[in-house]
Design a protein around this ligand. Structure first.
Ligand SMILES: Cc1cc2nc3c(=O)[nH]c(=O)nc-3n(C[C@H](O)[C@H](O)[C@H](O)COP(=O)(O)OP(=O)(O)OC[C@H]3O[C@@H](n4cnc5c(N)ncnc54)[C@H](O)[C@@H]3O)c2cc1C
Length: 539
């Protein structure tokens, strides 16, 4: 198809950039990049373009008929008072209140219910209570985890979370980390425990990455998964949307600009340098630097003219698989749910669920239940609860969820929503009798919402080939799940890194020029005005 803007690009004269930096997408990576830039360089003009009418992407939230729902993420790790993520957010001047999620989650199985407490002693006792025969192994396991946490804490510099590469470097300087360096999380669990049930319970954390325990490094697992146990798991007061709003408001206060309902369809380049973006409505906006917080594959293959990239880079991006997607049911009830924790899991075998999903199977036997008002009672809808039911689900299942036949698609959604509700009734017995609102999301809904390829919940799958913040196009950068995979904190840090990187490239003379230009034009205009007001001055 002919695209006049694209065809003209290379011969187009480079109009003066209206913005210093244009950021595509207001996910946590885009927001933190913008906020970092405006904080370090308040004189910059940074513009964020967001396709939706609200910020945040997967850290957003929405209300329907008064019920509040988180759109994606449901908690923050590394957000304890003295932890790196919290220090970074506070350091950027984002003022928010964080509520502790305690217990972090309660896992229910036919014969057991196990609470994950944000306290290593309480959690250890809870595991021993449920698995008394494994007491010795549990104690030993915790000794290793405590040593790992200490080694990790002493390795953090600058309040920044180390990237996967840095983590590998650190590993070689720390004895416990070194011992586990080459082990997978699965092997670590199998070497630590003889009871397969206990291994299943501790593998639950692989849900947070959406990858099976054998594909996760033991060290990253032990550090990330057990951080909430040692340092707490947090929820912003007002829901995740309050977090997105806090970042956005601070960005705007620092001079940044955000425009909603603006979908970027092109990244314009001139001689392998990004010079601006094209929007769906045909508008072209020029910028000196472009940051894409949008999906990696769309950025490379759709928004930039892919011929601009070397084949080796295209191959690298093509090889990146997407992470899992999922199925969600958002329920508004006619009553308040009392006596429940905020996060519950029914019958979850994480390894099996993830493998099924990656193999294209959707046959839910488990469900995750979230009740936001159990953490923040202000999120009740006039005393009534909202509930979110979640499961992983493959994007390509049943010919893409029978999407070509709208009736069949609707029926499929309804059937599986009912199935998750039934599973949830094992923990909330009369749930179906109190539903007054029901919204259902398939992987196709998540794809439409985030524009992430295949509705991936965590962006490109973690591991494999490393994607750097700067692709081989000058003045183009990537932020968010594109870099080190999903998760609110890693995406935040990726944006912060890009922000720092660009702010260093903004030359001091540009800053001086920015201040001097209005002064010069003021005096020039003043003398012109004098001439106009007093023509006798013209010789
Ligand atoms: C159900 C669910 C539960 C999760 N739970 C947790 C959790 O508890 N803890 C945790 O740490 N992580 C969790 N995650 C993962 C985490 O939320 C994400 O990894 C992270 O928020 C992604 O941030 P991002 O910066 O990559 O941007 P995204 O959230 O992907 O946002 C991208 C933004 O860019 C916009 N955009 C995209 N393309 C364009 C375009 N062309 N033009 C204009 N705008 C565009 C989108 O509308 C969106 O707003 C969860 C995710 C999901 C889906």
């Amino acid at each position: 198809m002919n695209d006049p803007v694209r065809e003209k690009q290379d011969t187009m004269s480079e109009s003066p950039a209206k913005y210093d930096v244009i950021i595509i997408g207001s996910g946590v990576g885009g927001l933190s990049a913008g906020l970092t830039l405006q904080t370090l360089r308040p004189e910059l003009n940074t513009l964020i373009l967001e396709q939706h009418n609200a910020p945040g992407g997967y850290i957003s939230g929405f209300r329907r008929k008064g019920y509040y729902f988180d759109s994606g993420a449901e908690g923050l790790v590394f957000a304890g008072e003295n932890q790196n993520f919290r220090k970074a957010i506070d350091g950027l001047g984002v003022k928010l209140e964080y509520l502790s999620i305690d217990p972090i989650e309660v896992l229910h199985y036919e014969d057991k219910s196990i609470a994950l407490y944000p306290d290593p002693d309480r959690y250890q006792q809870e595991l021993i209570r449920n698995f008394p025969d494994s007491e010795e192994e549990i104690v030993k396991f915790f000794e290793i985890i405590i040593a790992l946490q200490k080694e990790y804490d002493s390795s953090i510099k600058d309040g920044l979370e180390p990237s996967f590469r840095e983590l590998i470097k650190i590993v070689f300087r720390r004895p416990t980390m070194r011992k586990l360096a080459l082990k997978s999380y699965k092997k670590f669990l199998e070497d630590s425990f003889s009871d397969p049930e206990l291994i299943k319970v501790l593998a639950i954390y692989s849900l947070w990455y959406g990858i099976p325990p054998e594909d996760i490094k033991a060290v990253s697992a032990a550090v990330s998964f057990f951080s909430p146990i040692f340092n707490g798991h947090y929820y912003p007061k007002g829901g995740m949307f309050a977090f997105a709003q806090g970042l956005t408001e601070t960005f705007v206060k620092r001079g940044g600009e955000i425009q909603y309902k603006k979908r970027v369809t092109q990244i314009l380049t001139k001689r392998r340098k990004a010079i601006g973006v094209g929007l769906k409505d045909g508008t072209v906006i020029h910028g000196k630097w472009i940051i894409s917080n949008a999906d990696l594959k769309r950025t490379v293959f759709e928004y930039v003219n892919m011929k601009k990239f070397p084949n080796s880079y295209l191959g690298k991006v093509l090889k990146k698989d997407q992470s899992v997607s999922g199925f969600a049911v958002f329920l508004g009830l006619d009553k308040e749910l009392k006596g429940y924790p905020s996060h519950m899991a029914y019958n979850v075998d994480a390894e099996k669920l993830i493998k099924n999903t990656l193999n294209g199977i959707f046959d839910p036997k488990e469900v995750l239940i979230r009740i936001p008002s159990k953490i923040d009672s202000d999120l009740l809808n006039e005393g009534k609860s909202s509930v979110i039911l979640l499961s992983f689900a493959p994007y390509n299942w049943a010919h893409k969820w029978n999407k070509n036949d709208p009736e069949k698609y609707k029926r499929t959604k309804e059937n599986y929503a009912d199935m998750l509700i039934k599973l949830a009734e094992n923990l909330i017995p009369d749930l179906s009798e109190h539903i007054t609102l029901k919204l259902v999301s398939t992987p196709l809904t998540f794809e439409r919402f985030s524009l992430n390829t295949q509705g991936a919940w965590y962006g490109p799958k973690m591991g494999g080939l490393n994607i750097k913040i700067q692709p081989p196009i000058r003045k183009l950068f990537l932020a968010g799940a594109n870099i080190d995979g999903g998760g609110v904190a890693p995406c935040f840090f990726s944006g912060m890194n890009v922000g720092k990187h660009i702010s260093k490239r903004f030359k001091p003379w540009q800053r001086t020029a920015r201040i001097m230009f209005p002064l010069i034009s003021y005096f020039t205009n003043r003398s012109k005005m004098k001439v106009l007001l007093n023509p006798s001055r013209i010789k």
